[in-house]
Design a protein around this ligand. Structure first.
Ligand code: MG
Length: 381
């Protein structure tokens, strides 16, 4: 039995991870953690009987504790509780699928206690990539990507990191591919959160529609694979069949393909380094008409280029970029700003931020707080 804990178990990746656990049958879930959906978390506790379950909100944790008092699961609240759930009952690995920079503290806690990380929380690497990778290497902890593109790159590299020449990340182009700026002026939240290929959470689906998701993934790839920004390329691939590619020193390119189904990278991370049958459907080439490729339109979708710029600046520049984006997307989702304002807010925050080089955890947390405060202050004017 492999023991894992799942942070963000009620979200899109979390629920698909539990489906994968059901399918595999040889994985024990020792810890579960949710942000706010305690109804679903209660059902998960009854089914998977984890040693520890955590809810971020302390009040909600108390209510849940009472609701599952008849089980052996210990229910805890707050940041501390999340870290306890991550390391519960000898978990060997932690799937981090919480959304946003809130995944940073529990990811670092899990690394410090020697747990491998199945990383679905890209914001953690964007905001604090150097810190996280350094602490993982110091602890001898493996970070196995669950982001589909990075899982693809990881599978293609397969032990030949020294021969990588270029990483080619594919992007679906999101909900608004091919539109002009004026056609984006009045797009709605409902339109932005309807992705053509992937079924994902709201925040990442909006990021996909602005191309910020790909920008965050460029920074994630830089940290995960130690490849310079000049050697990470983005290509739009509408069909989402090729999940990403790696070019090697001999100019040979390997691609990883499959139907767009998040259960495949989740399954691969849990079973790594073995390949065993999965619940994912097979790709039928007779059903494919063509695979297409386009250059990203960074004039209309400036956030991709802005993320690349923040990555090159380094230090806390990507932290600022990420925090501004998280704040702006939350404002968009709650109907307070228009779609095009997301990029404007991020651009402004990044241009007024003075990056701290080699930041400490404290620098990162402070940068995050300051950027968010600034944006909320502007918004309430
Ligand atoms: Mg991805």
């Amino acid at each position: 039995m492999k023991k894992i804990s799942i942070l963000g178990s009620t979200g899109s990746v979390g629920t698909q991870a539990l489906e994968t656990v059901d399918f595999l049958g040889n994985v024990r879930v020792t810890g579960l953690c949710a942000n706010s959906n305690t109804k679903l978390l209660e059902r998960q506790i009854r089914k998977y009987r984890p040693a520890v379950a955590a809810v971020k909100d302390e009040k909600a944790a108390l209510a849940l504790k009472a609701a599952v008092a008849d089980t052996a699961t210990k229910v805890v609240g707050g940041e501390d509780g999340i870290c306890q759930a991550a390391c519960a009952d000898g978990a060997e690995a932690v799937l981090t699928s919480v959304v946003g920079i809130s995944g940073l503290a529990p990811t670092l806690a899990a690394i410090e206690s020697g747990r491998d990380i199945f990383l679905a929380n890209k914001e953690t690497l964007v905001a604090a990539g150097e810190l996280v990778m350094k602490s993982a290497s110091r602890k001898g902890v493996k970070i196995i990507p669950v982001d589909s593109e990075h899982s693809a790159v990881f599978q293609c590299i397969n032990g030949q990191a020294g021969s990588v020449k270029r990483i080619i990340l594919t992007a679906s182009g999101g909900a608004f591919f091919g539109r002009t700026k004026s056609e984006l002026e009045n797009v709605t939240v409902a339109e932005a959160i309807s992705h053509p290929n992937w079924s994902m959470g709201k925040k990442i689906t909006v990021d996909s529609s602005t191309l910020m998701n790909k920008g965050l993934e460029v920074i994630e790839a830089h940290h995960l694979f130690g490849v310079p920004y000049d050697d990470i390329e983005v290509v739009i691939h509408r069909e989402s069949i090729i999940h990403s590619m790696v070019e090697f020193t001999d100019n040979s390119i390997l691609a990883q393909m499959g139907l767009p189904d998040m259960r495949l990278p989740i399954h691969y991370a849990i079973c790594y380094p073995e390949r065993v049958p999965s619940a994912v459907q097979r790709l039928d080439f007779k059903a494919l008409t063509s695979l297409t490729f386009f250059q990203p339109d960074v004039k209309t979708f400036p956030l991709l280029a802005l993320a690349q710029k923040a990555g090159r600046l380094g230090g806390t520049a990507p932290t600022a970029l990420n925090s501004a984006n998280e704040a702006a997307v939350a404002l968009f989702l709650s109907g307070k700003i228009r779609f095009l304002e997301i990029a404007e807010i991020v651009e402004k925050a990044l241009s007024s931020h003075k990056p701290i080089i080699n930041p400490s955890l404290k620098d990162i947390i402070e940068t995050d707080r300051n950027i968010r405060c600034e944006i909320l202050k502007e918004e309430s004017k």
